[in-house]
Write a protein that binds this ligand. Structure first.
Ligand SMILES: [Zn+2]
Length: 373
């Protein structure tokens, strides 16, 4: 017994010694190449509006929604070792240029014109704030004209679909006219991302992944993983909301984040965390006019509901309509959205509060379509 106790005491001493002696720097989470500390990421976010365009009336709520989604994801995936410190510029940033001038001739020109103007207007990163600096520009426009609510662009006077549909008709981000991209500069120690209008204004499932993919992932140097998978730095945005995707264990190791050794993806549905487990997907996926539409919901284990609020919008510039809420603590498997009397795009947002205090907001989008002739 004595020997065992002494051995245990020695072992514990050995285990604690490296933590005392090792330089903090070596243990700090860092960019993918190991060059820059990302214990704190200082994310500056601005909404850029060309001078010939109008800002969305509820732009701030939309931006805050994505900031909430990516913050929770970053906290979960980094195990809390990397803190995302977000500052949203309090007003839309009105460009001195009209849309066409900001665009230039191609998506890279749109990127550099947009981010350079925002960096100059904000005097971004001139005073070197604490943490790894990232500038994220959420743009009012795409590199080419596109209506991101109907997902149509006019080509020779004809409406053409420019978006990304799963085989079952579910909408995900991704449009040829979009142009979201990001850079990581290892020499200057900074990252810059641009999410074009199609990547955030309308909340397709996966738009939250796009904001993280460009606004944090690439900006801290993360590449697309090889082999390809459904993680956030690969195809996550084409299949999931961000709570359902992940950073790969290999990328976590490279970032100095704790990486679990279990299966990937985790059993998100079996989680007791509301952010991780909650989803709300319309049924049918592509409703027709006059057809009853519901949201099918997934919940964390043992959830007891305090509040559910559902709002919908059929006009991007218009108001959100609040649907009557449903009382009861048992989490419902589905919620009725009602019927739509005509062909229309629909954005929806669900806010949930559980009795244990957990809260979440989830947004989605679908189109009511006429039956194929
Ligand atoms: Zn990418």
């Amino acid at each position: 017994m004595f020997m065992f106790a002494r051995l245990l005491a020695m072992l514990m001493a050995c285990l604690t010694m490296p933590a005392i002696l090792a330089p903090v720097r070596a243990e700090a989470p860092h960019t993918f190449d190991g060059k820059h500390d990302i214990s704190v990421i200082n994310l500056t976010v601005a909404y850029l509006v060309p001078k010939d365009r109008e800002a969305l009336p509820d732009w701030r709520e939309r931006v805050d929604y994505y900031m909430d989604r990516i913050s929770r994801f970053h906290e979960r995936e980094s195990g809390g070792v990397s803190k995302l410190k977000i500052q949203v510029h309090p007003e839309p940033l009105i460009s001195g240029k009209p849309a066409q001038e900001l665009r230039g001739d191609e998506p890279n020109a749109t990127f550099f014109n947009s981010v350079n103007e925002v960096a100059a207007l904000l005097k971004w990163n001139q005073e070197k704030p604490e943490g790894f600096p990232i500038l994220l520009v959420l743009s009012e426009i795409n590199w080419r004209e596109l209506d991101d609510f109907t997902r149509l662009r006019q080509l020779d006077g004809q409406p053409m679909f420019d978006g990304n549909l799963a085989p079952d008709g579910r909408h995900f981000p991704g449009a040829e006219s979009g142009g979201a991209r990001a850079i990581y500069d290892p020499e200057k120690g900074l990252g810059i991302g641009l999410v074009s209008a199609d990547g955030w204004r309308v909340p397709y499932s996966g738009s939250d992944c796009v904001v993280y993919h460009e606004g944090v992932g690439h900006a801290i140097g993360l590449p697309h993983p090889e082999p390809a998978d459904d993680s956030v730095m690969c195809f996550g945005q084409y299949h999931y909301w961000i709570n359902q995707t992940w950073v790969t264990p290999e990328q976590k190791l490279a970032l100095g984040w704790p990486a679990h050794s279990g299966p990937v993806p985790l059993d998100f549905g079996g989680s007791s965390n509301l952010f991780t487990a909650f989803t709300a997907l319309q049924s049918p996926i592509v409703p027709q006019p006059g057809e009853a539409v519901t949201l099918k919901l997934t919940w964390p284990k043992d959830a007891k509901v305090s509040v559910i609020q559902v709002r919908i919008q059929t006009d991007l510039q218009g108001p959100w309509l609040t649907l009557p809420s449903r009382p009861g603590v048992e989490p419902p498997a589905e919620l009725a959205l009602g019927t739509f009397d005509r062909v229309t795009p629909v954005s929806y947002r669900v806010n949930v509060v559980l009795e244990d205090g957990q809260k979440v907001e989830l947004r989605g989008y679908f189109q009511v379509k006429a039956q194929a002739p």
